[in-house]
Design a protein around this ligand. Structure first.
Ligand code: NDP
Length: 264
């Protein structure tokens, strides 16, 4: 299927690992020019180097930027504009989850989760808006979580903040459609990524290797597909929604959870 993204310009926030990195790769494979960001300059440079080796023809721009910093995000948008001259696609992926029950969630974590899930989208949307308005295929696609509809007690703050983001993206889809910008999201279940690698490093039972540890989580949580997702699986859903192949879709939230959803 030709996703009609060739020579278009895509921006991916949090593109230096996990789902964001898989999305950057897929976009490059589609012939897209890609700008991506992350906070850690060293990780960003390493990722950029390995992408340039994998895709020698690929047109790439890696910028250090914390999407929670309004000024840094505006500077990122200016750099993309001067490097590529346009932006057609914005994929808001940057972030991570916060694992804690209600009793164990301090006020600072509530505030940070709300800020990350909302301003992690609001800042890039505002910074790239004028460029997106110029595109004839403009789209914004957000990584969200199934927690938005199916809250989990062990991730109480993330669940609530994810619900707020789902609410915001539906609202934005109505507000931005007259400007020709489609807005969609994906609702993730558990997907292997650097975030999960960090949790693996902190596991209680150090005798478990990665595959056994991941397998035990899938079994314990009752994921119908009996495994965690691979980063390229949500990446495919993101790139489809972002592309003109989804030209009649706005306000959608696609489930990418291995059958883990229990709601109708
Ligand atoms: P990773 O940790 O592998 O990737 C996260 C990426 O986001 C990195 O590139 C990281 O780089 C970047 N990032 C994090 N915070 C910021 C920030 N404030 N500004 C700019 N970049 C940032 O995790 P995942 O691939 O798992 O996460 C991707 C998204 O998917 C996140 O929004 C996460 O919450 C969501 N998600 C993931 C699930 C999963 O099971 N994997 C489940 C549900 C949702 P750096 O640290 O250098 O900034």
């Amino acid at each position: 299927m030709n996703l009609q993204l060739e020579n278009r310009v895509a921006v991916v926030t949090g593109g230096s690992s996990g789902i964001g990195l898989a999305t950057v790769k897929l976009l490059l494979e589609e012939g897209c020019k890609v700008a991506f960001c992350g906070r850690d300059k060293h990780k960003l440079a390493q990722t950029c180097q390995s992408l340039q080796t994998l895709y020698p023809q690929g047109e790439l721009l890696a910028v250090s930027c914390d999407v929670l910093d309004k000024q840094q995000t505006e500077d990122f948008a200016k750099q993309v504009q001067s490097h590529f001259g346009q932006v057609d696609v914005l994929i808001n992926n940057a972030g991570q989850g916060y694992v804690a029950s209600y009793a164990d969630t301090p006020e600072t974590a509530w505030l940070h989760e709300a800020q990350l899930k909302l301003f992690g989208v609001i800042n890039p949307v505002n910074a790239f808006m004028s460029q997106l308005e110029q595109s004839d295929i403009a789209s914004i696609t957000c990584v969200n979580s199934l927690l938005a509809l199916q809250p989990e007690p062990h991730m109480v703050a993330t669940s609530a903040a994810r619900a707020a983001l789902l609410n915001l993206t539906l609202n934005l889809s109505k507000t931005l459609l007259p400007k020709g910008i489609r807005v969609n999201s994906i609702l993730l279940g558990m997907v292997e990524s650097e975030q999960w690698r960090r949790r693996f490093e902190n596991r209680n039972d150090k005798n478990l290797d990665w595959d056994s540890w991941i397998g035990a989580i899938a079994q314990k949580r009752g994921i119908p597909m009996q495994r965690l997702g691979k980063p390229e699986e949500p990446a495919r859903a993101l790139v489809f929604l972002a592309s003109p192949m989804a030209s009649f879709t706005s306000g959608a939230a696609i489930d990418v959870s291995g059958g883990f959803s229990h709601h109708i």
